[in-house]
Write a new protein. Sequence first.
Length: 727
Amino acid sequence: MHNNRNNVSVGIEAVYTCPMHPSVKKPAPGRCPACGMELIKKEVRGSHQKHKMQEVSHKDHEAAMTDPEMAKEMERDMRRRFWVSFLLSIPIFFYSPVGVNFFNIHLPVLIPNSWLLLILTTPIVFWTGSIFISGTYYSLKAKKLNMSVLIATGVLSAYIFSVLLTFISPDSETFYEAAAFLVTFVLFGHWMEMRSRRGTSDALRALFDLVPPQAKIIRDGKEISVPTAEIVKGDMVVLKPGDKVPVDGEIIEGESSIDESLVTGESIPVSKSTGAKVIGGSVNQTGTVRFKATQVGSETVLAQIIKMVETAQNSKAPGQRIADKAASYLVIVAIGSGLLAFFGWYVLAGATFLTALTFAVSTIVIACPDALGLATPTAVAVGTGIGAKHNILIKDAMTLENVSKLNAIVLDKTGTLTEGKPKVTNVVAFNGFTEDDILRYEASIEASSNHPLAKAIIEEAAKRKTMVESIEKFESVAGYGIKAMIFGKEILAGKEKFLTDKKIDITEAAASLDKLASEGKTLSLLAVDGKLAGVVAVADIVKPTAKKAVASLKDIGIEVAMITGDHQKVANIVGGELGIDRVFAEVLPEDKVKYVKKLQDEGKFVAMVGDGINDAPALAQADIGIAIGAGTDVAIETGNVVLMKSDPYDIVAAIRLSKATVVKMKQNLFWAAIYNLLAIPVAAGVFYNSLGWSLRPEISALLMSASSIIVATNAVLLKRVESRLKI
């Protein structure tokens, strides 16, 4: 089900929700990521009303990432819980054994310290920290061991033992500050995580806002305004200058210029007329048009883009699966270490009960794998968010991680490295004729032709504002050229052989023809009344950033190959211009997959870059399929990565983003793991007798949470890579 709060599909849809966590909504059966309970199927009617955040006892991170509003609410909730805990923790610190004994703070007291600490700590444990306790309940109910279990274990062990000591011996040292600090520091880490995730959801929120809440449609012959969510397939939608396109469709009437930059990244507005497709979220600029709605709700291109970004941010990278498994084992390790620490000190070393308990609680507290759980999700969320902001859509976390492994890339020529449509590159005049004469005659005669070059010549004439003349006696000679009469003059246009067969002397143009042909350009020679007038050269021109993209790919150690159906000579010319050494030419679309497999058989990790239409099999065969070009359903379906701007340099940007994200993942996993590996034996007192090293529970809580804060902050620093994504 599409989550767009302005434009969800109309009618009855199935959604699966958790009975304990209503915020969790899934389009398919499964289990709740928060508590593990089986999701229940519900049928809901599509609505255009803004989604309202429901208060739930235990909000989960995944649900926050699938709803920008929830991400914002979760950040507010974590911030509120943190500040309450922090403010209560200040007097707790002053009245704690650490404040009194180590910092010599002596504040006036009305009741015994332990009772005062009990009163101040209880709301921290059972209100601000309730998310960990309720999370533990549902996790254990689902027979899972996770971060919540260990945090709750550390908090409750420190709190419960302190309560027992308060009732048994009010003058004894307690661990209330450890329980309070643990909750406070973990909440701060989660707040920082929510901030980083909320930042990545800004890209989604911007996409949501592209869809207008209202649209004008024709019903029963009248123009009415309806909520966008109520548009159904077949509705006639009216677009006036300045209107946003509400859904995808096909223009039935009118002409206009439409700005699709917010959806596709293309900066130049696109001229649209009858039969052209429009994309929801784009902006109508000049004329008034009517179009038939063909895709609505979750079927629109924009909805699929949003879904892709959501899926990527919620998916797990291979590194995260390892971290999740390690975290579950760490729960056992931490609790086991705590018990061993208590047994070793109390039974074997003969320490006091309080000393043994202090080491045990410290061990459990510092072993919380909070940072391990945040290590890769925060990096993935930030990385995919940055990609979406720059029109680079990465389908899942595994792709984000695997793109960094690429060592070979196959680039389709047409539409990827070149513009994908022929354009006039040269106009050369002879025998007293001018370039304007050549284009006027060529455009006039080509207007009645269906030759692929005709459109390019006509477009060039229009660009130069060249007048097109009326013609007579038009005749097409298949495979050679065309002829017609203009103002009584016989005009011939076509291949070199077409003119020489008519006994027209072209020796004056020989040097120019050889030069243009050697550049791989297609030529149309023009003759007027039996005399050579000029030549028009047409080519599928290379995109401005293609050469820079190829050079950058080589610089980062990636082998670049080009594949095309063009003649070998033309392919070699384009390959040489771009600096590509390995060129596969005269390849049929269905055979492209063989060349991708050939590189894979050489032991390479291969990406295929194509337009997502005739390249679909090759995109699927490649280790990473990169669809370049926006607006096609096939591109979105077949590519692991979709480059919306059709800019080849975005391939480099995607690889750099992937490499930077993987570096952050590894850094985060290191920080998360190193704390546990080094701190557990110190907290357990292994080095106490030999080196005098020890950690009180509250210091353990601080150090444990510091790793979470470092991980969240480090992930946010990934945004620095943005400057390297541009040329």
